[in-house]
Ligand binder design. Sequence first.
Ligand code: ADP
Ligand code: MG
Length: 373
Amino acid sequence: MATIKAIDGRSVHQIQSGQVIVDLQSVCKELVENSIDAGATSIEVRFKKNGLDAIEVQDNGAGIAPDDYETVALKHYTSKLATYDDLSSLQTFGFRGEAISSLCALSNFHITTARASDGPKGTKLDFAQSGRLAGTSVVAAKQGTTVVVEKLFHNLPVRRKELEKNIKREYNKVLQLLNAYACISVGVKFSVSNQVPKGKKTVAFSTNANPSTRDNISNVYGAKTIAVLIPLHLEFAMDPSNRPGATQSARNWSTQEDVGSRNVKILGHISRPVVGEGRQTPDRQMFFVNSRPCNLPQVAKAFNEVYKSFNVTQSPFVFADIKLDTNAYDVNVSPDKRTIMLHDQTALLENIKEALLALFEHHDQSVPQAQLL
Ligand code: ADP
Ligand code: MG
């Protein structure tokens, strides 16, 4: 008798969902990204008991059309990407169609949504664990979408226990990530609050739909942080094909067709390299690729190394958005899309160090330049 058998569909769904939604941070990341993709200009994130009881994300975006109610929570159903080739010109955060379906499998989950044309009425959508639509009801709602995730990991006891044990740390990690989204999202009002049992609802931070990232940073981190920042503006041309030992991917990147794709810009804000002005807060370093918050440990290391050559005692505040052609990196590396593969990272790092050194050497150390981005 054969001993190798297929795992049942329900178990496969649960296993795969656990790889997309690994912690509190991935829940918030997916939901906030969906709100931004829906064109929201106001995003409210509400935690109950630091997220242990519930995470709610409410936006004023486009809403979901009734024709999509049946499929919104099915795995690999997305309104953002039709074929693999579209990935290279991706303009949205989402593309895998996995987040909503995974949340159905791992929490008590529902959505309330209304489009502009739906009047003051919205629809509450309930789902089965599989992501199948289980029921709809009419509710009062303003335009936009509210996603409610209750009792995350209630059906994965080991993970639920871990979450309970580490909830304070997890919650702080989430705030850091939300800070990054709030700072990069120009024109979007963010509000993040937490309600603990029998306690008051506390606002963790908020921004005001500002016209610049500098104003967003001011809302999130305060005027004192802003006072020591200088504009970060690095620009260089990458020419990986001429470099000895250039990799195949680097050569591909610099083929004739994408001659225009080799200009790299890094825009943002950074602490002046003045002793006494940085801080010991490496958590105040945010990196983005084309406005997508991501983990770039090597890039972070390059920034810190150069800053240290001016100020050995402190770490800089860094807000750096790397503007690259969409075919110069790959976001499809990990299910949470926070890991980005940069083609020819070595050349990029060398260029960053050189340009940053020049920026620090030339800036006037006595006057912070209050220049808007
Ligand atoms: P993806 O973002 O990769 O498409 P998701 O599972 O996160 O996959 O979402 C599935 C689909 O549900 C999206 O493509 C989008 O059409 C819809 N959706 C999810 N969240 C929202 C929202 N806040 N507002 C409007 N539509 C949404
Ligand atoms: Mg998504």
